[in-house]
Design a binder for this molecule. Structure first.
Ligand code: UGA
Length: 440
């Protein structure tokens, strides 16, 4: 089949490369000509493990090409996937659908052949219905075009495997033909037994925001328990393990710490509450505001514990920060808890020396005043305190005894509960964590 993928960010670039990998002819489209030039040469312009291989081989095979031209896209595609971002609006909790609307307004009048437009971006319930009306208004008369919604559930850092072997596929369709088209697109996955749920567009739109809301709720739940553990002397990691053995609960997404960030979970729960308010059912999901607030509290609590460990204030203190991205195996710093903490302690006068394996360029662009140090030991040189804020594997491999030789004090706050506390303590470090007792 001939597919276009419009919007080639984290989601679109992965989708385009993976669709070409399973045998489709794919045209990736973006307004960012620098990004299109890089992708066209088979180079991934951001960090995503495994994507370089798939992109390289599909571009080399000729099945994957890139363009900035919507005319070319309209002419090419049997199916047009819309993968542009839907960030939070600067002035409200709602999602900004400007990019999705711009794609529809640009594409629809150019369509001359029968096709299916398939949204993958995360959107408020009701968007497919609204865009269907818009497409009918703008597409040239007699052009047979439909709109469907097929949400994407990939995680950054695992995007390629999540796309090639998804837990499920959800298709929000308005006709049998749209259903058959999507089944044809995903035929190799369906043959491999991936569950395919065919439903109406409103349900499909909701599956996505409901899934992210549930994940966010799980994380905030365990973070709330971490705070209770701190008050009782309990250990949240053991609590999570014990809870997780109950298969109805499950261990995943019960890692307590600094909380969730990124371009999805935080803005999705806010957009969901805003849309529910519009629909008159705001009170049904008002608990999501509490989920967001518990999440914000983890950042404040981390700053408070760090301040306490630094002796009551940050002024004149050198603080080494390990981690800038919102999670490991990504260079994404959108709504990053780690950067929020780094910025807060910098505002309070700390001399912040920050290290991250992949996210430093992106971090520097938004927080130019911090000191960015491309080597862990150098970042920790002379530090009064080390903050472990994003759980990169590289940090788990640090030799605490060797690091102790370069810092001024042996104090570390593990805000991700990911370091081997006993190992660090045996090397003479005072290690504190969120929701775990500190031995006297
Ligand atoms: C999330 C969802 O997991 C994907 O299914 C979804 O497709 C995606 O959003 C999206 O809407 O596009 P992602 O943002 O890549 O994926 O990252 P996650 O792995 O979900 O992690 C989100 C945040 O939660 C990170 O900051 C992570 O550190 C934090 N987290 C995760 C915890 O604090 N504790 C946990 O136990 C798990």
């Amino acid at each position: 089949m001939r597919l276009t993928v419009i919007g080639t960010g984290y989601l679109g670039a992965v989708h385009a490369a993976c669709m070409a990998d399973i045998g489709h002819e794919v045209l990736g489209v973006d307004i960012d000509s620098a990004k299109i030039a890089a992708l066209g040469e088979g180079r991934v312009p951001f960090f995503e493990p495994g994507l370089q291989d798939v992109l390289g081989r599909t571009v080399a095979s000729g099945r994957l090409r890139f363009t900035t031209s919507l005319d070319e896209a309209a002419d090419f595609g049997d199916v047009h996937f819309v993968c542009v971002s839907t960030p939070q609006r600067p002035d409200s909790p709602a999602a900004d659908l400007g990019a999705v609307d711009a794609v529809i307004d640009g594409l629809a009048p150019r369509l001359r052949r029968r096709c299916l437009i398939v949204g993958k971006s995360t959107v408020p319930a009701g968007t497919t219905a609204r865009l269907t009306a818009r497409v009918q208004e703008l597409a040239p008369e007699g052009t047979d075009v439909e709109v469907a919604w097929n949400p994407e559930f990939l995680r950054e850092g695992f995007a390629v495997q999540d796309t090639l072997r998804p837990d499920r596929l959800v298709a929000g369709i308005q006709s049998r033909r749209a259903d058959e088209t999507l089944r044809e697109v995903y035929a190799p996955m369906l043959r491999a037994g991936v569950p395919y749920i065919s439903t109406d567009p409103a349900t499909a739109e909701l599956v996505k925001v409901a899934a992210n809301s549930f994940l966010a709720t799980k994380i905030s739940f365990i973070n709330a328990m971490a705070e209770v553990c701190d008050a009782t002397g309990g250990d949240v990691t053991t609590l999570a393990e014990a809870l997780g053995h109950d298969t109805r609960i499950g261990r995943r997404f019960l890692s307590a710490g600094l909380g969730f960030g990124g371009g999805c979970l935080p803005k999705d729960i806010r957009a969901f509450t805003a849309r529910a308010d519009e629909l008159g059912v705001g009170s049904a999901v008002s608990f999501l505001r509490e989920i967001d607030e518990i999440n914000a509290r983890q950042r404040r609590r981390t700053v408070d514990i760090a301040r306490d460990m630094a002796g009551g204030g940050f002024d004149g203190r050198r603080i080494a920060v390990l981690g800038a991205t919102f999670k490991p195996d990504s260079d994404d710093i959108r709504d990053s808890p780690a950067l929020a903490v780094a910025a807060a302690i910098h505002r309070e006068g700390a001399d912040v020396r920050l290290h991250d394996p992949e996210g430093m360029d992106n971090a520097r662009a938004v927080l130019p005043l911090l000191d960015y140090v491309p080597d862990v030991a150098k970042a920790c040189e002379g530090a009064d305190l080390v903050l472990h804020l994003t759980e990169w594997t590289e940090y788990r491999r640090i030799d605490p005894a060797a690091l102790a030789a370069v810092t001024r004090a042996r104090k570390i706050l593990d805000a991700r509960n990911a370091l081997d506390a006993a190992l660090w303590r045996s090397a003479g470090w005072t290690l504190r964590a969120l929701g775990r007792p500190t031995p006297p």
